[in-house]
Design a protein around this ligand. Sequence first.
Ligand SMILES: NC(=O)c1ccc[n+]([C@@H]2O[C@H](COP(=O)([O-])OP(=O)(O)OC[C@H]3O[C@@H](n4cnc5c(N)ncnc54)[C@H](OP(=O)(O)O)[C@@H]3O)[C@@H](O)[C@H]2O)c1
Length: 222
Amino acid sequence: MRVVVNAAISADGKLSTRERRQVDISGPADFERVDELRAESDAVMVGVGTVVADDPSLTIDGEERRERRREAGRSEQPARVVADSRIRTPSDAAVLDDTAESHLLVSETAPTDFVQQMEEEGATVITAGENRVDLPAALEQLESRGVDQLLVEGGGEIIYSLFESDLVDRLSVFVGPVVIGGRDAPTLADGDGFVDEFPALRLAEVRRIDDGVLLVYEVPDE
Ligand SMILES: NC(=O)c1ccc[n+]([C@@H]2O[C@H](COP(=O)([O-])OP(=O)(O)OC[C@H]3O[C@@H](n4cnc5c(N)ncnc54)[C@H](OP(=O)(O)O)[C@@H]3O)[C@@H](O)[C@H]2O)c1
């Protein structure tokens, strides 16, 4: 499986405000770029923190892109995936609506009645890990369900964990023309932070988009 991480950060490296409120970082051309990335992917994943904060739908907007997928014999929309150990995803979350398939990655501590409720909402529940989602095992299960390219759209906790488990193949970051600030505001990679060994990246592309810069990195195999 190829794992592509994409996020938009402020010029000072933040994903959102200290209150975890979404900020318009990208412009229209960057939205188109992300829509195209979704169209190329089999599934789009976020952590439950992003679902709770932003309630994203994670679907392709452009009609032509959906049409292209249909013509290629693919589903019109990529599947949505939420890493959600104990099931905090609200039952009326946009990622659970019927525009696309939904997968919830949960841990063994997820309450069975919540699992049942999510299945009733039409979501597929994948269990991996004791207390928290075991990402390598969960992604393996997604791959066995036909996910060859997984696009991860944040937030900072899940992105850190993916780097920690050495699962990221490509990272694209749009750096927008705004300063958000705040020592407690989420950044691109939060978690506990690396201490002495840091994932190395290879810069593959730099492009000006709207009033910002797109940085694309490949993550070389160790
Ligand atoms: N600018 C952007 O491109 C962008 C994109 C996305 C999000 N955001 C912003 O980012 C913020 C949300 O980010 P966030 O870091 O709080 O949340 P997040 O990364 O979306 O979700 C984190 C949650 O995922 C769950 N999780 C399950 N398995 C995990 C694992 N193995 N490792 C890490 N987490 C795991 C954890 O909750 P459980 O323990 O309950 O499972 C964890 O708290 C929001 O403010 C949103 O607006 C910005």
